[in-house]
Write a protein that binds this ligand. Structure first.
Ligand code: C5P
Length: 222
């Protein structure tokens, strides 16, 4: 039986993980959140006071870390050496440093190897920035998910309110566009649409509509 690979790339807060999770569940595929892996390394670097200007120190740290996913009743949890870091990796201090950590070549190479290993023996939905271009270049279906910065900031804003977090809308917009800029202009595997990826603009669409759109694309692609 041939394993099916669905690659979903795109800028921050475009809805990649929400959509990827639903698609994986509906199809019985595993889901791999590659951003969570870079976030877990960033969290460990903060906790260990690792010098983030040192690629070598970060790689030494990464080589000591086991980053894994575990499916639980309330969704997928992220583990760093047996410790549940699902919530911690969403902290603002992690979010604001992750792009710096993920820009290093040797860090990316190690992460890509780990991600390819996860994809080896299962049908999978994987989301990130370089899945269609680097991690799974032969994916059955490649989606490039985008939405305007304002729309993405609005979604994050509402999400934060529902969690009881008070955020400044303009600051949120700036954070999102700064991270996009950093991820898109870095030297090593920048965020870019793969030549054979299908562009899906989610502006004005709700989650169900986006899922439906991608499911239609899966039917024809797979
Ligand atoms: O997807 P998420 O926003 O959680 O990703 C956090 C950060 O990790 C991104 O802003 C990017 O810098 C990095 N990342 C990456 N390559 C991936 C996934 C995430 O460089 N495949």
């Amino acid at each position: 039986k041939k394993n099916i690979q669905v690659a979903i790339d795109g800028p921050a807060s475009a809805g990649k993980s929400t959509v990827a999770k639903i698609l994986a569940k509906k199809n019985g595929f595993i889901y791999c959140d590659t951003g969570a892996m870079y976030r877990a390394l960033t969290l460990a670097a903060i906790e260990n006071n690792t010098n983030m200007d040192s690629e070598k120190d970060l790689l030494t740290l990464l080589n000591q870390l086991v980053i894994s996913f575990n499916q639980q009743v309330d969704g997928q949890h992220v583990f760093l050496n047996d410790r549940d870091v699902t919530l911690l990796i969403r902290d603002n201090n992690v979010t604001n440093s992750v792009s710096k950590v993920s820009a290093y070549k040797s860090i990316r190479e190690e992460m890509v190897l780990r991600q390819q290993k996860i994809a080896e023996s299962n049908s999978i939905v994987m989301d990130g920035r370089d899945i269609g271009t680097v991690v799974l270049p032969n994916a059955s279906l490649k989606i490039f998910l985008v939405a305007s910065v304002t729309e993405r900031a609005e979604r994050r804003f509402k999400e934060n309110i529902s969690k009881g977090i008070d955020t400044d809308f303009e600051a949120l917009k700036k954070e999102i566009s700064d991270r996009d800029h950093y991820d898109s202009t870095r030297k090593n595997s920048p965020l870019v649409q793969a030549e054979d990826a299908i562009l899906v603009d989610t502006s004005g669409l709700n989650i169900e509509e986006v899922v439906l759109k991608i499911e239609k694309l899966m039917e024809t692609a797979i």
